[in-house]
Design a protein around this ligand. Structure first.
Ligand SMILES: [Fe+2]
Length: 164
């Protein structure tokens, strides 16, 4: 786990979140990757980076739409929690740092962040969320999402190598 989630409080263990909190973390994580992608489209001229960013926007918007539809069907609302807040806070600093870069420097930093971010979130989804989700339909949606996000991780890894 690469993100700074670690805290001593038991209440702040990702594995102890309920389904609606997990849904909120996933929704927040999707929106963060969409924000990074919009920044890349605003700042990068690199065709590979731009294509990757477009894919992130398309896929994460689609997953969030499916999640909202499922929550709606279940008559439930996602619940804000410590992990969503930590992710959002971390992303604000990353966006500030990335936004100061230009050209190849931006492209490399964006690609490295996409790789690290997908790795961390995929690990969280695979090992802390999917084994603990109680609702079958919610779990199925997370399994589908994880497959897509693993493809993103592989794609990000190639992008990092190509930009070196
Ligand atoms: Fe992604």
């Amino acid at each position: 786990m690469n993100l700074d989630f670690a805290t001593s409080a038991k209440a702040e263990n990702p594995a102890e979140l309920n389904d609606l909190e997990i849904a909120h973390v996933a929704y927040s994580a999707d929106n963060i990757d969409i924000k990074y992608a919009h920044l890349a489209l605003a700042l990068s001229d690199n065709p590979d980076v731009r294509a990757f960013a477009q894919t992130m926007i398309r896929d994460h918007e689609a997953v969030n739409k499916a999640a909202l539809e499922l929550l709606d069907k279940l008559g439930a609302q996602a619940q804000d929690n410590f992990l969503s807040q930590t992710l959002n806070k971390n992303s604000e600093k990353i966006i500030t740092d990335l936004a100061a870069l230009r050209g190849a420097e931006f492209d490399r930093a964006y690609a490295a962040n996409e790789l690290a971010y997908h790795k961390a979130v995929n690990e969280l989804v695979e090992h802390s969320f999917i084994p603990n989700i109680e609702n079958e339909e919610v779990r199925a949606l997370f399994k589908q999402g994880l497959e897509i996000f693993k493809v993103h991780e592989g794609h990000a890894e190639m992008m990092v190598k190509k930009l070196k």
